[in-house]
Design a protein around this ligand. Structure first.
Ligand SMILES: C[S@@+](CC[C@H](N)C(=O)[O-])C[C@H]1O[C@@H](n2cnc3c(N)ncnc32)[C@H](O)[C@@H]1O
Ligand SMILES: *[C@@H]1O[C@H](CO)[C@@H](O)[C@H](O)[C@H]1NC(C)=O
Ligand SMILES: *[C@@H]1O[C@H](CO)[C@@H](O)[C@H](O)[C@H]1NC(C)=O
Length: 270
């Protein structure tokens, strides 16, 4: 992604706080691995790690964690807030990982695999994983919901308007649904030991401005912003004021509950 993802204070704050795998999901991955080969937690590789907010969550469990990303701009941000002595970062494509065959215990990709050359990435993950090593791919749907008093339904209609306006700006490579992309990848994985999950709903409390900032981190919003900055600004402002009015609130600092719907799949190399 060539788009800059860190503009504006709310935007950066929302990105840092929310565009990341929740800790719950990391512990699900680690316990899945632990049930298979409990004593072999040596090297974890987080592919498409961006600025490393998800990578760092693996640090408590592995003596060595490597985050990889194709973007040097993203990687430059990583050591600032996502550093630990056992975490390092490498610039490389997801399809050509700088590891020996069978060297890696866990490969993760968090909200990233839909951007890769998916079949080549799956082959490469298979090459670097040891037998018994695990693959964990996770992401979430774009249609986060809001909960607020008794007007949640009204807010969600407004949110849907926001997502619909952005739909035409989704990158054709990921199409209208990344969920489908992950299902297709899951189906194409030949490991007999694999599982698909999509019931992890995570709630975050954040200011309304943080929710808007989160949607603004999406590549579709960023694309609109490059194409027509005034229209992007108008859209955010329109949604913000409709939401505020439905909430009968006056400040975008007012907190709301955002529900993010994660889906993920796990597989263990035979
Ligand atoms: C939406 S960001 C997710 C970042 C991070 N994993 C997170 O959860 O916050 C997707 C990342 O994938 C990276 N990426 C896209 N295509 C890639 C490829 N072919 N190889 C490696 N990284 C890639 C982008 O540079 C970007 O940092
Ligand atoms: C990795 O480093 C962090 C930060 O120093 C530490 O808390 C963690 O225990 C380390 N992980 C392992 C498995 O040693
Ligand atoms: C690092 O974290 C601090 C404190 O949470 C935050 O203010 C800052 O924006 C972050 N910077 C980067 C580059 O991630």
């Amino acid at each position: 992604m060539a788009v800059r993802l860190f503009e504006g204070k709310d935007h950066a704050a929302a990105y840092l706080q929310f565009r990341v795998a929740p800790r719950e999901l990391i512990s699900v991955i680690v316990s899945y691995m632990g049930k298979r080969t409990p004593k072999q937690f040596n090297l974890a590789v987080d592919v498409g790690c961006g600025s490393g907010q998800g990578t760092i969550l693996l640090a408590p469990y592995f003596p060595k964690v490597v985050g990889t990303d194709i973007s040097s701009a993203q990687l430059e941000m990583a050591p600032i807030n996502s550093s630990a002595p056992n975490v390092s970062y490498r610039q490389c494509p997801a399809e050509e990982l700088p590891f020996a065959s069978g060297e890696v215990d866990l490969v993760t990709a968090m909200t990233a695999a839909h951007w890769f050359d998916r079949q080549r990435f799956l082959q490469e993950a298979d090459r670097v994983l040891r037998p018994g090593g695990c693959l964990a791919l996770l992401s979430y749907t774009m249609d986060m919901e809001l909960e607020y008093g008794d007007v949640s339904n009204t807010l969600n209609d407004i949110c849907k308007e926001f997502y619909t306006a952005l739909l035409p700006f989704r990158n054709p490579y990921i199409g209208s649904s990344s969920h489908k992309i992950y299902l297709d990848m899951f189906d194409s994985c030949s490991y007999p030991d694999k599982e698909w999950n999509e019931c992890l709903h995570v709630k975050w409390t954040l200011p309304l401005s943080g929710y808007i900032g989160m949607v603004e981190t999406f590549s579709s919003y960023q694309k609109l912003k490059v194409k027509d900055p005034a229209e992007a600004e108008r859209l955010s402002e329109d949604i913000r004021s409709k939401l505020l009015s439905a909430m009968k609130a006056s400040s975008p600092d007012q907190e709301v509950t955002m529900v993010v719907k994660y889906f993920y799949w796990l597989a263990c190399k035979p």
